[in-house]
Design a protein around this ligand. Structure first.
Ligand SMILES: *[C@@H]1O[C@H](CO)[C@@H](O)[C@H](O)[C@H]1NC(C)=O
Ligand SMILES: *[C@@H]1O[C@H](CO)[C@@H](O)[C@H](O)[C@H]1NC(C)=O
Ligand SMILES: *[C@@H]1O[C@H](CO)[C@@H](O)[C@H](O)[C@H]1NC(C)=O
Ligand SMILES: *[C@@H]1O[C@H](CO)[C@@H](O)[C@H](O)[C@H]1NC(C)=O
Ligand SMILES: *[C@@H]1O[C@H](CO)[C@@H](O)[C@H](O)[C@H]1NC(C)=O
Ligand SMILES: *[C@@H]1O[C@H](CO)[C@@H](O)[C@H](O)[C@H]1NC(C)=O
Ligand SMILES: *[C@@H]1O[C@H](CO)[C@@H](O)[C@H](O)[C@H]1NC(C)=O
Ligand SMILES: *[C@@H]1O[C@H](CO)[C@@H](O)[C@H](O)[C@H]1NC(C)=O
Ligand SMILES: *[C@@H]1O[C@H](CO)[C@@H](O)[C@H](O)[C@H]1NC(C)=O
Ligand SMILES: *[C@@H]1O[C@H](CO)[C@@H](O)[C@H](O)[C@H]1NC(C)=O
Length: 705
């Protein structure tokens, strides 16, 4: 609905404004498109119209917004084609905030400053005083002195692209550098250089230091290569000292007067020669003239670095000869938004320590055909058959992967690098995985909560809620009970064997372990809200007595909320201080009451004290409050005091505290499921920052009363 405008005739200043607007706009565009820039000219990030265009408007120099973020890249791009492909950028590693400015100055050449005036990038010390700049139709931006002599040009500092008329000199530390991903312009994992010995090479690098690793393509011009030339007709070649050419463009290319040509080192390590009609109707794409190497997945190798798909990733060559990355079975992308970033197991990997199951039957081998990771070997057996090869890996707690071909068996360890899947890979690989399967990625449920509480973490927490299984509940019951053991002591004491178990990790018990521990769920010691509690004995040291709660039904059914008539205080069952606050209120009672209790017990275990301790002063008396206060204030060390084990691994300790805080949320809906808790404790799922457990009122008073 638009309100009718009251006074229809615009007033005078308004008319003047429009008048000036139309008067200024065309003339400013004309001024920009002769390519000339004079000292003092500037552009502002966020101003769409601020550009320095080349005379024929083939190229633009200015700011490009990065994704949805208010961050900008100072770049040069094709101005006329729909995709506005970027061919050069100044500040890939440090994107500029909105309102940043780029200015041509006499002393420093082109300077990029943030809105506060801090310097983000400059074209470099120019030899002399700059007078003008020029955006050429070749895609080269030049800075010249008042005599028109060249002081600086973007062609001397290529990023990931070479253009016709551009020359690349020998430089062991320079050359082209790929970006990190299609949309992230930070330095990536690949380089194209003309190195000192005269070879033009593609190689991987160490991302942190930039130092080169092994080459995966080379021009075979050792001792003769002198320059890499992209001539004005659109041919790329290595010029030898004797003026002979080693072509990198094979065959002939379309006319460079009617087509754009570029050579780009893509973020996946593939160096591609492209062409694109200048006179674009809008539907044309970049056509591939040549890719180097032919098969990035097969050609990339070397003991160091990750390969195109990241550690543990698997590379398949796509029809356009680019890398297509995936994760092997039971592995997930490290960063869900980056398929090229590598993969992590969806299970805790086997390490040869006692706290992690190491029996052969706890693991199984997943078969992968035509897949190989050529490095990461540590043993080779031959002649060997496939069954003995598999057995050798299952019986070896160091072994994560085996690769078998023609009587040869290689044992490998994580992380794996340069993984590839290709019909030419004549081997069969087996990955060793934990002997259980997690449900697939859970559906994201519809949100019906207070939008203020709508945090990403909660969506995840709630979504996994639906996937609970009997197995996990039992495992968790095991852990809970292990913890409850402590509260049965009058004074908090640590026996050596308990201490070791607690120190080493929270332990995961299989269903079989629990059946064994309880002698087949024989001796009932009590009945709780959702199950029966049994007495058991866990075989640690000389045996540790535990109480194990067996849940009645599957979590799904339990999670169907029901109203209690398991509401007076004498109906409350459970141990004081461990009981969820909804018991004290006329609230729905769900399986989440156990999650609350678990959270309290978890805090007790990791902080080595009781949940309510009247000997402690003031705020310290109630552990749940004290823990959250410490977490909130970033004073985790106050919680652990002098516990060396915890101090050694504060990251893990903090994760445990965060998990516990999620569990003790006053609002049961915010508490994770036990399965979710398990995954968070094991570090399989990231733990989000928990909200304050009792945002409105304090319930601790009720508990104390
Ligand atoms: C652009 O600059 C060049 C030299 O710097 C000069 O010769 C030319 O006249 C300028 N063009 C315009 C339209 O100012
Ligand atoms: C712009 O590029 C053309 C073609 O390579 C070249 O002849 C001309 O000298 C360049 N202009 C400047 C100012 O360098
Ligand atoms: C080599 O390239 C680096 C990085 O672009 C540059 O800083 C350096 O000046 C170049 N060296 C030579 C001799 O051109
Ligand atoms: C690009 O990736 C780097 C490294 O992962 C990251 O630090 C940076 O924030 C990313 N840049 C953008 C604009 O997303
Ligand atoms: C560019 O190189 C190609 C291949 O070497 C050659 O055929 C062509 O004549 C060259 N163009 C120019 C303008 O030198
Ligand atoms: C571009 O296309 C238009 C019409 O389709 C034509 O008149 C013009 O000559 C073309 N220009 C080039 C450089 O091909
Ligand atoms: C533009 O780029 C996107 C992403 O790279 C690509 O999917 C699309 O096909 C391109 N369009 C054209 C016309 O080249
Ligand atoms: C790259 O892989 C292809 C296909 O397997 C092979 O023909 C070629 O020789 C390899 N090139 C290099 C430099 O290893
Ligand atoms: C990548 O591989 C997957 C399956 O391995 C396939 O579904 C997908 O289409 C491939 N993508 C490309 C671009 O080839
Ligand atoms: C592990 O998995 C294999 C294959 O699914 C199965 O045969 C074996 O019984 C499992 N072992 C245990 C202890 O569950």
């Amino acid at each position: 609905m638009v309100e009718p405008v009251k006074g229809m005739a615009p007033d005078l200043p308004c008319i003047l404004y429009y008048f000036f607007f139309f008067l200024l706009l065309p003339s400013s565009l004309v001024a920009q498109s002769n390519g000339n820039v004079t000292v003092g000219d500037s552009l502002t990030a966020g101003d769409e119209a601020a550009l320095w265009l080349s005379p024929a408007e083939d190229f633009a120099f200015g700011f490009r917004q990065l994704g949805q973020k208010d961050l900008y890249l100072l770049a040069i791009w094709y101005y006329k084609i729909p995709n506005k492909t970027i061919i050069w950028y100044a500040n890939g590693d440090s994107p500029a905030p909105k309102e940043s400015t780029v200015k041509l100055t006499a002393e420093l050449g082109v300077v990029l400053n943030n809105p506060q005036g801090g310097e983000i990038w400059k074209s470099g010390p120019v030899n002399g005083e700059a007078a003008s700049g020029f955006m050429n139709d070749t895609g080269n931006f030049l800075v010249a002195n008042e005599n028109g002599e060249k002081l600086w040009q973007s062609f001397d500092f290529p990023t990931d692209t070479l253009l016709p008329t551009q020359i690349m000199e020998k430089n062991d530390t320079g050359g082209l550098s790929s970006r990190l991903s299609e949309t992230n312009f930070s330095r990536g994992r690949f380089q194209f250089r003309l190195i000192g010995d005269g070879n033009a090479v593609l190689n991987t690098i160490n991302l942190r230091t930039g130092s080169p690793y092994d080459a995966y393509f080379w021009s075979n011009t050792v001792d003769s290569g002198y320059q890499v030339v992209f001539n004005e007709s659109g041919y790329l070649y290595v010029l030898r000292a004797n003026n002979e050419r080693e072509p990198l463009t094979l065959g002939s290319v379309v006319s460079a007067t009617e087509n754009y040509h570029r050579a780009t080192l893509n973020f996946d390590g593939v160096f591609v020669l492209y062409s694109h009609p200048k006179n674009s109707s809008g539907n044309e794409r970049w056509s591939v003239v040549r890719t180097m190497p032919e098969n990035i997945c097969i050609n990339v190798s070397g003991k160091l670095g990750t390969g195109p798909c990241g550690f543990n990733g698997v590379c398949t060559i796509s029809p356009d000869q680019r890398a297509n990355c995936s994760c092997p079975q039971r592995f997930l992308p490290l960063d869900p938004d980056d398929p090229y970033g590598g993969c992590k197991p969806d299970f805790p990997t086997q390490v040869c320590t006692e706290d992690v199951p190491n029996a052969p039957e706890d693991y199984e081998l997943v078969t992968l055909t035509n897949i190989d990771w050529p490095e990461s070997d540590y043993e080779m057996y031959t002649p060997y058959n496939i069954e003995d090869c598999k057995k050798a890996c299952l019986q070896d707690c160091f072994c994560n992967v085996i690769v078998f071909t023609e009587g040869k068996c290689w044992k490998k360890k994580l992380p794996l690098s340069n993984g590839r899947q290709d019909a030419s890979v004549n081997r069969v690989s087996f990955i060793k995985v934990r002997n259980y399967t997690l449900p697939g990625p859970p559906p994201i449920p519809k949100e019906n909560r207070d939008p203020k509480k709508n945090r990403d973490g909660l969506v995840l927490v709630v979504s996994v809620l639906l996937g609970g299984s009997m197995f996990f509940n039992l495992v968790l019951a095991g852990v809970v009970s292990f913890g409850l053991l402590f509260s049965y002591h009058n004074k908090f004491t640590r026996t050596p064997q308990v201490e070791r178990a607690v120190q080493s990790n929270l332990r995961c018990f299989s269903y079989k372990d629990l059946v064994h521990a309880t002698n087949g769920f024989k001796e009932e010691v009590g009945r709780g809200s959702f199950g029966i509690v049994y007495k058991g004995l866990i075989q640690i040291g000389s045996g540790v007595p535990v109480a194990i709660k067996k849940l009645h039904r599957f979590a799904k059914e339990i999670d169907k909320e029901f109203k209690t008539e398991s509401q007076t205080s004498n109906a409350i069952r459970g141990t004081k201080g461990y009981v969820a606050p909804e018991w004290f209120r006329s609230k729905l009672i769900t399986a989440k009451v156990d999650v609350y209790s678990f959270g309290v017990v978890l805090l007790e275990i990791i902080c080595c004290r009781k949940c309510v301790d009247s000997e402690e002063s003031g705020e310290r008396a109630i552990l749940t409050d004290w823990a959250y206060d410490c977490y909130q204030a970033g004073m985790m060390h106050a919680l652990v005091e002098n516990d060396e084990e915890a101090l050694d691994d504060m990251e893990k300790f903090e994760r445990f505290v965060m998990v516990a805080v999620w569990c003790i949320q006053e609002d049961p809906n915010l508490r994770p499921t036990m399965k979710m808790v398990m995954l968070m404790l094991e570090g399989i799922i990231q733990v989000d920052v928990p909200p304050c457990p009792s945002p409105s009122t304090s319930y601790t008073g009720i508990i104390q009363a």
